[in-house]
Design a binder for this molecule. Structure first.
Ligand SMILES: Cc1ncc(COP(=O)(O)O)c(C=O)c1O
Length: 462
């Protein structure tokens, strides 16, 4: 593989867009010739100092535009007939427009309870003492910590005395602060579920932690493999594993709690546990081993990620260090949002919102699952009816990136699973498909287009 000079520049805009523009310009100018092989996404990501997901997404976008071609086993290459200057660019390759965004991660932003939130902000401001608007305890305002303790105990069976609750700006911040605390204590390697969340892997790597992958099967995290890994800290999504959607079985919960009591630390990411459509969700693992679990949650899936509001419940030995880490990070989360959320919890408005959106998401989940069974019979749907995304196993040997690129050419954005695998791990190709933001008919249309995309990749000639 030849050296490749790609500069992302200092420009504005998100990294993926900047990389797409830089690579597109290199192909157009002929600096990258037809047939030229591009570095593996992992390699280019390291060179550019970006996450692998950024490179994967840029390659997918350029493949969808016709500049690159990807083939399993032979990597990503510059397509024939597009290099060598603007004249050789095929007639108007428009960047693929995303008409159906199935990338998981967001709730239905159109369902944000604007009126209820505005009412909660008003009540919060009316009720706030002047001192509530000053520099307070970096762990959060007592009003919210109290409400959260009650809510988490009632709904998730979390043992959360208010003094061990810290208000954060989301699971992401909770994890980042915890990594600082653990690094100072020299707790060694951190295990993660494999496959897991690309964002989480990215965050760990940004903190200089190369996670150890532990396999996930039909019962969730394989605790025997965790024990054999030597790691003393594990990051898990027991309620609805990301991305496979598996729920950690009762047997594995007991095993995990046993592992924790024997000296392990469980970091429980309860990111979408409020949504279980076929039965009541199981309580959090934290309730089984509260002194050995760090519990993390946020409003990102229930209200909106843009609120940047979340919480951590700490075992007592870590609580003070975590509070200090929060103090050094930002002196505490914004008081008005904290007070508003406390008011929303207190009035029952938060529970009401969950009761309103749950049937909507259930219907979307069912509509997408049914449409996939019709249009994508080759895929096996995994996981339980829960959360905000489905997991579709693809036939062995099918290139998930090629499927994602073919889908994007049809205006459908989906997430591939490989960016959430740890170094050296391979597994069956699969897609994670978020359904929260699209109405049922649109999901059916997206599934039909996805079916076309899979057929194109299975049978390129036809
Ligand atoms: C596995 C997982 N955990 C947590 C989050 C939410 O992070 P935050 O609360 O920082 O928005 C996400 C969001 O996509 C996620 O996929």
């Amino acid at each position: 593989m030849r050296e490749l000079l790609i500069s992302l520049g200092e420009g504005e805009g998100e990294l993926t867009g900047r990389l797409v523009r830089a690579l597109r310009a290199a192909v157009r100018s002929g600096r990258l010739a037809a047939g030229e092989r591009l570095p593996a996404s992992r390699v280019l990501a390291v060179e550019l100092g970006v996450s692998r997901g950024v490179v994967v997404e840029a390659y997918e976008q350029l493949a969808a535009e016709g500049y690159l071609v990807g083939r399993q086993g032979s990597g990503t290459r510059v397509a024939a007939g597009v290099a060598g200057g603007p004249a050789a660019v095929p007639a108007r390759v428009a960047p693929a427009e995303v008409r159906y965004d199935l990338k998981p991660g967001s709730p239905d932003l159109g369902a944000f309870p604007r009126t209820a939130w505005a009412g909660a902000v008003r009540r919060a401001l009316q009720g706030a003492a002047n001192r509530d608007l000053g520099y307070g305890d970096p762990a959060g305002l007592p009003q919210l910590r109290g409400e959260l303790a009650a809510y988490l105990g009632r709904v998730r069976a979390v043992a959360a005395p208010p003094e061990r609750v810290v208000v954060t700006s989301g699971v992401g911040q909770g994890l980042a602060l915890l990594l600082q605390v653990l690094a100072r204590r020299g707790r060694g390697p951190i295990a993660v579920e494999d496959p897991g969340s690309p964002g989480t892997l990215e965050l760990l790597r940004a903190h200089g932690v190369e996670p150890l992958g532990v396999p996930v099967d039909q019962e969730g995290l394989v605790v025997d493999a965790l024990a054999a890994s030597g790691a003393r800290t594990v990051l898990v999504t027991p309620a609805h594993q990301y991305p496979t959607g598996v729920v950690l079985s009762a047997r594995r919960r007991t095993e995990l709690a046993g592992w924790a009591r024997a000296g392990g630390l469980v970091v429980e990411d309860d990111y979408d546990a409020e949504f279980r459509y076929d039965r009541e969700p199981l309580g959090a693992v934290q309730g089984l081993a509260p002194e050995r679990t760090v519990y993390l949650g946020s409003l990102s899936k229930t209200l909106a990620p843009g609120l940047r509001l979340g919480w951590a419940v700490l075992p007592s030995p870590l609580a003070e260090d975590f509070r200090r880490a929060k103090q050094y990070a930002d002196l505490g989360t914004g008081a008005i949002d904290q007070l508003a959320f406390a008011a929303l919890l207190q009035s029952g408005g938060y529970d009401r919102h969950l009761r309103t959106v749950r049937p909507r998401y259930r219907a979307r989940c069912q509509a997408l699952a049914e449409a996939l069974r019709t249009h994508l019979p080759q895929a096996e749907l995994q996981g339980v009816a829960a959360g905000l995304h489905l997991y579709a196993d693809l036939p062995d040997g099918l290139d998930e990136r090629a499927v994602a690129a073919a889908a994007l050419r049809r205006g459908v954005r989906v997430a591939t699973v490989a960016p959430g695998r740890t170094a050296g791990s391979v597994g069956r190709p699969a897609l994670a498909l978020g359904y929260a933001g699209l109405a049922e008919q649109r999901l059916r249309e997206a599934a039909a287009l996805l079916g076309e995309a899979v057929r194109e990749v299975l049978n390129p000639a036809g």
